[in-house]
Design a protein around this ligand. Sequence first.
Ligand SMILES: Cc1cc2nc3c(=O)[nH]c(=O)nc-3n(C[C@H](O)[C@H](O)[C@H](O)COP(=O)(O)OP(=O)(O)OC[C@H]3O[C@@H](n4cnc5c(N)ncnc54)[C@H](O)[C@@H]3O)c2cc1C
Length: 386
Amino acid sequence: MRIVRVMRIVVLGAGFGGLELSSVLSDEFGDALDLVLVDRADGFVFGFSKLDVMFGRIPPAAARHRYADLVKPGVRFVRAEILSLDPVARRVVTDAGTFDADVLVVALGADYDPAATPGLIDGGHEFYSVAGAAAAGDALSAFAGGEVVIGVTSTPFKCPPAPSETALLVHDLLVARGIRTGSGITLVMPFGVPIPPSPDASRAILAAFAERDIRFAPDRPVSALVPHRRVVLLSDGTELPYDLFLGIPVHRVPAVVEAAGMAEDGWIPVDSLTLETRFPGVYAIGDVTSVGTPKAGVFAEGQAKVVAARIAARLRDGTSAEAYDGRGICYMEFGAGQVARIDVTFLKGQPPHGTFDTPTEDATADKERFGTSRVARWFGPGAHAG
Ligand SMILES: Cc1cc2nc3c(=O)[nH]c(=O)nc-3n(C[C@H](O)[C@H](O)[C@H](O)COP(=O)(O)OP(=O)(O)OC[C@H]3O[C@@H](n4cnc5c(N)ncnc54)[C@H](O)[C@@H]3O)c2cc1C
């Protein structure tokens, strides 16, 4: 497709949203595109790969898809730390230079703040980063039995099914190691049910917990750990004894976004249909926003497609009516080699609605395809992790 209006596009963050956006525009415009994609990391890691790392299925290095392998015509990947961004001037300062944009897309995800939960760093493990998942995996390998508490420390947090998946996979691991009898597993969630937008999924998860004797502690987050007493404190003062704590850390908007004055109530507000911020020519997609969908890659990807269509229309000197539909499909591990499919749509002003496909072994292949198809699309058909 021919470009009519030449524009400098700068995409901040090569995660789920940034990679999808860059790929769609590259596929359409090829070398004619002028897109700079900035990320400080040396590779992309799927969120679900952190569970693979924690449960010892893959080493940490195998979770990473290197940006050095990213060959997309019209896309220049710059590995750099973003130091500041000015959404009015659309200027980005990095440790590898300054970039001025006609269109700026902020796709910087959510950062973690484990220090915000007293006792978590000294007395427990977060498993939402690759390093944290690897350390949690070592702790699980060394675990000789006792009380395991899996706990959410605040909302919002990425991938609401992940804590429930973790509880079910910890059960399998302890059974396989012959230490499930005599051990306890408790999941602490800030919600009344495991996945509030999907009542069918929540019912199935609670039934699976009941079958496996996994305790569910609803409606309160974890507020602290007291390592010397081996107790987890919940926000209402309840104390739970623990021997191993696997936690979901406090999530925050990246500091550079906060400093830019783009966040309100913690996250970047956007138009829920167009993903435009209040700054002209600046979009925000994915976990960094408060768009109203859960923080998950599928939603970041759906938002990226809409922004790509809108940028593409501008490059052709036209307009786009493409609007975000709030739909996402995710695959949830139920343990025992089974995977369920949850399909939910979030539309502003309406309750979420969707479908739930009960766990099967066959859906494991669908989950696998979910990852491999994206790696092929973003990095090329021959790309592999490592
Ligand atoms: C355990 C776990 C399981 C998950 N399972 C699923 C799942 O099954 N399905 C699903 O859809 N989602 C899942 N997720 C959630 C998913 O990983 C995220 O929601 C998704 O990656 C968000 O995409 P994003 O583009 O908004 O941000 P990200 O993918 O997080 O990308 C943000 C990028 O910005 C970069 N960055 C940030 N700050 C700077 C800076 N100052 N300078 C330079 N670069 C910077 C980061 O390096 C990063 O690469 C899971 C998450 C976890 C933790």
